[in-house]
Design a protein around this ligand. Sequence first.
Ligand code: MN
Ligand code: MN
Length: 315
Amino acid sequence: MSDSRTDHAFTATSLYGIREEPSYAGALSFMRRKYTHELDGVDVAVTGLPLDLATSNRPGARFGPAGIRAASVNLAWRGACWPTGLDPFERLAVIDYGDCYFDFGRPDGIVEAIEAHAKTIIEAGASLLSLGGDHFVSYPLLRAHCAKHGPLALVHFDAHPDSWREDGKRVDHGTMFFHAAEEGLIDPARSVQLGIRTHNDETHGFTILGADWVHENGTGAALSEIERIVGGSKAYLTFDIDCLDPSFAPGTGTPVCGGLSTAQALSLMRGLGAIDFVGMDLVEVAPIYDSGEITALAGASIALEYLVLLARKKG
Ligand code: MN
Ligand code: MN
């Protein structure tokens, strides 16, 4: 007789709720969600984009989706979340849609592959929570989201502005927001970059709240600025884990000292309830440089806070 007390990724009979499963056992999925391509009745599909071909220095973010899924099971033993006790999985039907396939031997086709993958999910009526992958994945993701929603406000957590012009043509994990702005996928005047601590001569009109600004003024002031700038616009949330200080997130390719703490990041995430997000990605987790899974756990925790934000809206 089969035993359905484990492997909930495959044995779950409902898209809702959490059932306790030992964190050291069972088939992995994000937060033990059902692993499926069936999109009927789904509110949020979580998907992995295991790409690190656009990384400038240290690769390894292709292992990010697997690392975040593995860390997330430590959060999946109970649905009720701190500090409100709200269980996002009682209100939202969330699945793990698995990973996007692309051919690393045909890099010219990767943008189209990721964009088509995202569109399949979005056009079915589910919203998308993507796990990177290096930050380049935001470019095809923004193309897919803009096709449905029009130009978006960007709320961007990062150590780097990722808006470098370079030669104006190449697209990598440091230039894609220059291109996204140029192509009208995002509106810099309604966009905020938080936690930045690397210089770019050009801001392209983005509002930058550097990590030092957040340390000096606090998360409450940062949230007020985000609300003022983004207002009621439809927005996309992109969270590069290197926004966190290397002491909180060593498992990433391009760490920069002086970043936010995990506590500051969680505080900011919990305060974003006024923003109308249509999608999110969490990128640049590279488990090979991690220590004690702290980076992957931070990534899973931040992604979970996004689901709590959506669940609060559903009421
Ligand atoms: Mn980035
Ligand atoms: Mn970065």
